[in-house]
Design a protein around this ligand. Structure first.
Ligand code: SAH
Length: 213
């Protein structure tokens, strides 16, 4: 593979900065993190392309631009407590960790959970806390969270996640009845009020939950 550092620089410049992401912490984190370590070896050469990639179990690591966009919309500041639903490869969690957040991440598929945990250990990312569970129920023992990010799409915003959001707090989540109809939604809680903003169309894998929300 060509020098991954150069590929990352090109990825950030052409796919992320060129599309308007300017949060310094997001750009720095994505410049530094070896994205190729989060995909299977056979796909490592494709890790910096402008696309999502398969990570096994029918799941995907999100396109770099989508990771950047969601991270920017979260307006993460160092020390904030951030909950991620859908650990997958662990890449998004690692980006948030690099941005200085205290990261909690939940994955429902055992194989992906253990692979991500091992990856964090190998990379010495000891600060990221993981849980194997249905993330639509959130992580009540650790709530409230300043920020919540859901990296899989469901029909609605799971109620437990809104309840576990701090005030003030921000949550980003893809919402839609089918993958082709998803919108990225920014939920803001402030002074006890909850408002939603549509950030545009996206296509994520399904959020599979108890649907009790
Ligand atoms: N953030 C990931 C993207 C993973 S794809 C990354 O950076 O690689 C979405 C992930 O959400 C999948 O791994 C899927 O298994 C997981 N998922 C779907 N529904 C879930 C649920 N209810 N609770 C926890 N994880 C869930």
């Amino acid at each position: 593979m060509i020098d991954p550092k150069r590929l990352r620089e090109k990825m950030v410049r052409e796919q992320i900065e060129a599309r308007g992401v300017d949060d310094r912490r997001v750009l720095d984190a994505m410049r530094e993190l070896p994205r190729h370590v989060f995909v299977e070896e056979a796909l490592a050469s494709k890790a910096y392309t402008d696309a999502p990639l398969p990570i096994g179990e029918g799941q995907t690591i999100s396109q770099p631009y989508i990771v950047a966009l969601m991270s920017q919309k979260l307006r993460v500041e160092p020390g904030m407590k951030v909950l991620e639903i859908g650990t997958g490869s662990g890449y998004q969690a690692a980006v948030l960790d690099r941005m200085g957040a205290e990261v909690y991440t939940v994955e429902r598929i055992k194989k992906l959970f253990f692979a991500a945990r091992k990856r964090f250990m190998d990379m010495r990312l000891f600060g990221i806390k993981l849980k194997l569970d249905d993330g639509t129920m959130g992580w009540p023992e650790e709530a409230p969270f300043d920020r919540i990010i859901v990296t899989a799409g469901g029909p609605e915003v799971p109620r437990p996640l809104v309840d576990q959001l701090a005030d003030p707090g921000l949550l980003v989540i893809p919402v839609g009845s089918s993958r082709r109809m998803q919108k990225l939604i920014l939920v803001e809680k402030r002074d006890g009020q909850v408002t939603e903003t549509d950030l545009g169309g996206v296509a994520f894998v399904d959020l599979v939950g108890a649907h009790g929300w």
